[in-house]
Design a protein around this ligand. Structure first.
Ligand SMILES: Cc1ncc(COP(=O)(O)O)c(C=O)c1O
Length: 360
């Protein structure tokens, strides 16, 4: 069976070695030594100064919305994972969908301004597949209208844009360290921001608002990560160069093998240093995608329809919006298997199946 992704696992002895200290101290959580070490190593690795590591990639989005948009309208992308939209709804905010750019599949800045009303509090955009949104234009629009920018950067571990960490853009950026992501802590994530004041607000939000054990600074929830997960992060982080090298090679092989007249890889924005996090392929139409999927499935190969459906079409939304670019992309896009250990023979089989079923 070849799944769309497989979790990278570090050598078990290295993970166990890191856990030795936990068995000595019996401190399993509440920002222990391993988490502090992980945050310090991530600071150097990512070149990001202000961030809090948390228990997944969804809670940081909820905290960002709670802090910057509570109760208001949030302009957002329909082309993302469902968590982007549900975090808005969960915080009792109103998602306002704005279509995406056809080549990049990130939110279209040309359409944002027309969607802004006095009820708009923030923009929540996704750097989908690690591809940068048009951060300059989004930043300009937000400043002009006095609204906040939150980036769902769940796919962006290690991505740089115009020479710096992509997490440095926006008022708050979030990342997921889920087991399916290129860097992971099994479950985990983080919220990044630009200054100490915002860091403090995020920090108190993720730790019940505690200032001291008996005093409270703000309303907070539990977004903390355990030492067991921090240990996994430390063990995986050592292998990031290997992970990125291998994934880059796999992406290059797909690029070489696929006949790009009949299928199209997304366009990466100029100035992006990408992390090879996904291999999204756009087919001519949904029926081509479905025939490729069913053919691959008979061989035990399981690509995934990331992201489908277009989020403006979720069944529980009350307002109906039409976002034709996102709806079309969602119906035609498939992510091919991509993980450390994927064999070239399997990539050849996948590519030849696609090439034979998709006429030029
Ligand atoms: C774009 C996007 N946002 C948010 C999330 C949620 O992250 P987590 O699963 O770590 O909560 C994901 C997870 O895959 C995602 O792809």
């Amino acid at each position: 069976m070849i799944p769309v992704t497989k979790t990278f696992l570090p050598p078990q002895e290295e993970y166990q070695e890191l856990l030795r200290g936990v068995w000595n101290t019996q401190l399993l959580t509440n920002r222990g030594a391993l988490l502090l070490q992980l945050e310090s190593e991530l600071k150097s690795y990512l070149g990001a100064d202000h961030f809090v590591v948390m228990n997944n990639g969804t809670v940081p989005i909820q905290i960002a919305i709670h802090l910057l948009a509570d109760g208001g309208d949030v302009i957002t992308t329909p082309f993302s994972y469902v968590a982007t939209t549900t975090a808005i709804l969960w915080q009792k905010c109103n998602p306002v969908f704005v279509d995406v750019e056809p080549d990049y599949l990130t939110i279209d800045p040309d359409l944002i301004e027309a969607a802004i009303t006095p009820a708009t509090r923030a923009i929540l955009a996704t750097h989908v597949f690690g591809n940068a949104c048009d951060v300059e234009r989004i930043g300009q629009i937000a400043r002009k209208h006095g609204i906040y920018v939150i980036y769902d950067a769940a796919h962006c571990f290690g991505v740089k844009y115009r020479g710096q960490s992509i997490f440095n853009y926006g008022d708050i950026s979030t990342c997921s360290f889920h087991a399916t992501k290129i860097f992971h802590t099994a479950e985990g994530g983080a919220a990044f921001c630009r200054d100490q004041e915002m860091y403090d607000r995020i920090y108190f939000s993720h730790n019940f608002g505690h200032l001291t054990p008996t005093t409270f600074k703000a309303v907070g929830i539990n977004g903390k990560i355990s030492e067991l997960q921090a240990a996994m992060g430390l063990a995986v982080l050592k292998y990031m160069d290997t992970i990125l090298d291998e994934r880059k090679k796999l992406v290059g092989t797909y690029h070489d093998l696929l006949r790009h007249a009949s299928v199209k890889f997304i366009q990466l924005r100029e100035g992006l240093e990408w992390n090879y996090s996904y291999y999204p392929l756009l087919f001519a139409d949904e029926s081509a995608l479905l025939s490729v999927m069913s053919s691959l499935e008979t061989m035990g190969i399981y690509p995934r329809r990331y992201f489908y459906p277009s989020l403006n079409q979720l069944p529980y939304l009350t307002a109906s919006t039409h976002t034709p670019v996102s709806e079309s992309a969602a119906s035609r896009i498939l992510c091919l298997p991509l993980f450390v250990g994927l064999k070239e023979d399997d990539q050849m089989l996948i590519a030849s199946t696609i090439n034979s079923l998709c006429p030029q």
